[in-house]
Design a protein. Structure first.
Length: 270
């Protein structure tokens, strides 16, 4: 039998092989795997979750960072596990040759606990990630007490090279006072709150006022992008820019095509 005919026989045998359906979503055994192999596959499946919201520059031409969304709704018992998963995601990008900074949200009240800060410090040190790739997104900054009590923990994080971001900034006097004291590297502002009443004057040129990077979140309308430019925000994220992605999809993302198209049709002043 000639080599060509042997190849034909192999291809024909493969084509006639019975089809095996893959069942993963409903929790059934995957291709007969069990034990350690099944656990490894399930772990792989979890890492493909749509958990990472890409953040772009204001024109959508460059991916600048990512927000790890599961930590925004995590319960107290899930925080450390999901924080470790967020670090693992940043490490995956780093080892794949992409320097994508990750913002890991954390409620302010938990940052007042020395034991909790100790645990975060151990996870960050063990990740061995370069300085600048890990940012702590402080949210639920609603009470002055929680703002003051988390200052020491945040200073410890900063000494490890972690960047500090203030999420859900609304312009409250207590938040402004905290930002003036902490001087975070980023301030995140939800843009949906300005659709009805317009953009307040105090929100314009916040980056110059606080000498920090301004992040505009929940960008879902063209009007939001117009407010972003009026406010002078440096970074944007939301459905109009790009919906959340898996960590593997993020590796192949460099810009927001929709935002670029909008700006090419309606050029704005920068």
């Amino acid at each position: 039998m000639s080599p060509k005919s042997r190849l034909y026989t192999l291809v024909k045998a493969w084509k006639n092989k019975p089809f095996h359906e893959v069942r993963d979503a409903c929790g059934q055994p995957w291709l007969g795997l069990s034990g350690e192999a099944l656990e490894e596959h399930q772990s792989w499946s979890q890492r493909q979750a749509i958990s990472n919201e890409p953040i772009f520059n204001s024109q959508g031409t460059k991916l600048t960072s990512s927000l790890f969304r599961p930590l925004l709704t995590a319960t107290d018992t899930q925080l450390l596990r999901l924080f470790m998963e967020g670090l693992d995601t940043i490490t995956y990008w780093y080892r794949s040759g992409r320097f994508i900074p990750g913002i890991l949200p954390m409620p302010a009240q938990h940052l007042a606990s020395n034991h909790f800060i100790d645990a975060l410090s151990d996870l960050i040190l063990n990740s061995r990630l370069p300085v600048g790739l890990v940012s702590l997104g402080v949210h639920k900054l609603n009470e002055l007490d929680s703002m003051d009590s988390c200052m020491e923990g945040l200073l410890r994080m900063r000494r490890l090279g972690v960047l500090i971001h203030a999420l859900d900034f609304c312009g409250a006097s207590s938040q402004i006072q905290w930002i003036e004291q902490m001087e975070p590297e980023g301030i995140h502002i939800e843009m949906g709150q300005f659709r009805a009443g317009g953009l307040p004057n105090e929100m314009i040129s916040l980056g110059q006022k606080f000498h920090t990077q301004i992040y505009a979140s929940n960008i879902t309308l063209v009007k939001d992008l117009e407010n972003v430019m009026a406010m002078g925000a440096h970074h944007c994220y939301g459905g109009l820019m790009m919906p959340p992605l898996s960590r593997h999809q993020m590796l192949h993302t460099s810009d927001s095509r929709i935002a670029k198209a909008i700006f090419s049709l309606h050029p704005h002043k920068t």
